[in-house]
Design a protein around this ligand. Structure first.
Ligand code: PRX
Length: 646
């Protein structure tokens, strides 16, 4: 790659000028895009919404069905614990599935599910409704009630949607754990949520291999998860697994046995819909909680405006339901919008490197929402794979997960979008639940910028005192007002919620943990995390989590981990390890350390480089100064080292 990754800061003045000049280019929407767009005037929409955000969100809420209307749009009396649509009653399930049963959407395809083996399955909205109803009945028979938790550990397949929706229907709380996490990470998440039921499959497909998932569950549950009463298993890859009598049930068998119509629980708007664990600055992940009411309003409005969904769209979000992108924009958002989505299990370049483009062509995908790391991976294969396919069905592209570097942006725009498709670079987080800084199809774009806040969102870039920084200068991205899809708290840890998001910067703002700058045109340029959280291939992982995994190895005294820029993954992890006496550096030891991290956290946590050191830079109070390690590693200025012990 010839250009700087957007997460890296340019080193020389000349490089800086070159980057700035390239940024100046504006990509205007075509007449066709403008004509079709739901929102014709982006600036007007923003100005109007900002004048009265509550009125804007109230109008958005009226697009959905509620059992009982709200008394107050936003209750801020317990700030930072906000309640949107106070007094209202309903259930996201009514909007995602139930209401479609009365319209023509019932016979429309909800999901076209494919996998890398070439197997294909379609489900209409009517069929999905039936499946969810049966599963909800089966869950009820297993004793699942409103407020109970269900951990979901499944591949990207329709059963994930069924499980999440069946939980929503019953008012139970789902906690989806990405299937790339190890049994230890899974065990910690099951324990923290206190889940009664775990749903998994016999196996998962990855690059031509089937990997056993059920064994991971068995190991996790065996290691102290007393809350788990039932394990429900989807028959999928045919792995040989053991079923424990009385505890384990086949998904299809218990679903088939359930017959009657199950009542959808009418919930308070603030009742929790799900917990989703995400990495923070300590080794313990945070259980982000989202509710039914506010979440559905935020997700519904953003997906409809940003992806400008039309009745005949074929929409494909390549994320996994194990992450927030999957929750909001594979499951709940597309279903509420009544659109047809692709669900794909596998990697996009297997069995051949044009597989992703073949899926787009064959299904006539109109909207492709993906991640910069995937774009860069596809760039490596060159233009030939996409050129073998007719991609003319595409009309909009999307990017999420990390800053998209201008070179990848332009490749995506030219080679995939054929300069016809605007790119919706959406900045948001597990915590925000919905897009926060992003364009609409009519927005003039700049390669690598997520453009401006979504209507109704007040975002600013400030210094550590909470004061706005001058134009073009980097600072902390904060959100000044609340928004409907925001997290309501951290699971069983309201104190951590307050400290992490509301007390880091003076002024009572929501702290995003990201660094950004705003240019002279008011465009936001995201520059990565400000805290000790890495973003590897769009997956958020805490340096502290990897350090703690390394420290659990018998040879390790202590470890310091940093994220380094990586041309494809965005960032990669490098560990500095102090060994115990009696252990010497060797290739075998490096392998064993990597294996340990994999055992504790799972294959998503890959440590690219390991260095052995005698000492780590620390503050006088003993905290590792990762900032100093990083500066040394990358040859950057050390910055303020007055707190450095030695
Ligand atoms: O650093 C930002 C980055 O991903 C973080 C959120 O990660 P997670 O909660 O796992 O959610 C990812 C999917 C929403 C953010 O704090 N990030 C996400 N999208 C972008 C981004 N950075 C720059 N540009 C984006 N479009």
């Amino acid at each position: 790659m010839t250009e700087q990754n957007a997460t890296q800061s340019p080193k020389t003045d000349q490089e800086l000028t070159e980057v700035l000049l390239k940024e100046e280019k504006i990509y205007n929407p075509s007449e066709e895009v403008k004509q079709k767009a739901t929102v014709k005037n982006w600036e007007e929409a923003q100005a109007q919404a900002l004048e009265n955000p509550e009125a804007f969100w109230e109008e958005a809420a009226k697009e959905l069905e509620w059992e009982k209307p709200w008394k107050k749009v936003l209750d801020e009396s317990k700030k930072p614990f906000f309640t949107w649509f106070k007094g209202a009653k309903g259930n996201i399930f009514f909007n995602a599935l139930e209401r479609h049963q009365k319209t023509a959407v019932k016979n429309k395809i909800a999901y076209i599910a494919e996998n890398e083996r070439g197997e294909k399955r379609t489900l209409t909205y009517g069929e999905l409704y039936q499946e969810v109803n049966k599963l909800a009945g089966a869950f009820q028979k297993l004793g699942l009630k409103k407020g109970d938790r269900v951990t979901v550990y499944l591949p990207n397949m329709p059963e994930v949607a069924m499980t999440m929706l069946a939980c929503a229907k019953l008012g139970a709380i789902h906690s989806v754990v990405y299937a790339g996490f190890s049994f230890m990470a899974l065990r910690d998440r099951i324990q923290d949520a206190g889940s009664k039921i775990v749903v998994t499959s016999d196996g998962i497909l990855r690059r031509g291999k089937a990997i056993n998932l059920k064994d991971t569950i068995d190991k996790a549950v065996a290691e102290g998860c007393p809350s788990v009463q039932h394990v429900v298993v989807v028959r999928h890859t045919g792995e040989k697994i053991e079923m424990k009598e009385g505890r384990d049930h086949w998904f299809d068998e218990i679903s088939q046995a359930a017959k009657e119509e199950v009542k959808t629980e009418v919930l308070k708007t603030s009742d929790p819909l799900f917990i989703l664990y995400t990495s923070g600055t300590t080794a313990k992940p945070k259980g982000v909680v989202h509710d039914h009411g506010g979440y559905m309003v935020g997700v519904n409005r953003t997906i409809k405006w940003v992806f400008d969904l039309k009745e005949d769209d074929i929409y494909w979000c390549t994320a996994d339901p194990g992450w927030i992108t999957g929750h909001s924009y594979i499951i709940y958002g597309p279903l509420m919008a009544g659109v047809t989505s692709i669900m794909y299990e596998g990697v996009p370049d297997y069995p051949q490197n044009d597989h992703i483009w073949e899926i787009v062509e064959r299904n006539k995908v109109t909207i492709l929402y993906t991640a910069p790391t995937l774009v860069r991976m596809m760039m490596k294969y060159g233009e030939e794979p996409p050129k073998k396919h007719d991609l003319s069905s595409l009309r909009l592209l999307g990017s999420v997960g990390e800053p998209i570097n201008p070179e990848a942006w332009r490749w995506f725009h030219q080679v995939i979008g054929q300069e016809r498709c605007p790119i919706m670079d959406t900045w948001w987080q597990t915590e925000t639940g919905m897009f926060m800084v992003c364009p609409l199809p009519v927005t003039p774009l700049k390669a690598g910028s997520a453009t401006k806040p979504f209507p109704g969102i007040k975002a600013a870039v400030v210094d550590k005192e909470g004061k706005p920084v001058p134009v073009g200068k980097g600072g902390f991205l904060i959100i000044e007002n609340s928004w409907p899809a925001m997290l309501t708290t951290l699971w069983q840890n309201p104190k951590r919620y307050k400290e992490t998001y509301w007390e880091k910067i003076p002024g009572g703002y929501y702290t995003t943990g990201d660094v950004a700058r705003i240019d002279q045109d008011g465009y936001y340029w995201l520059q990565g995390r400000a805290d000790d959280v890495m973003n590897i291939s769009g997956h958020r992982i805490g340096t502290a989590e990897i350090e703690s995994a390394l420290a659990s190895h018998e040879a390790v005294v202590e470890a310091g981990v940093i994220g380094k820029p990586h041309p494809v993954k965005g960032e990669s992890a490098k560990a500095f390890v102090i060994l115990k006496q009696g252990f010497a550096p060797s290739d075998e030891l490096i392998d064993s350390l990597r294996k340990q991290v994999r055992t504790v956290l799972g294959p998503i946590a890959i440590v690219e480089e390991i260095s052995f050191v005698d000492k780590l830079p620390k503050t006088r109070s003993g905290k590792i100064m990762r900032r100093v390690l990083k500066a040394q590693e990358l040859g950057l200025p050390l910055g303020d080292i007055s707190t450095l012990e030695d």
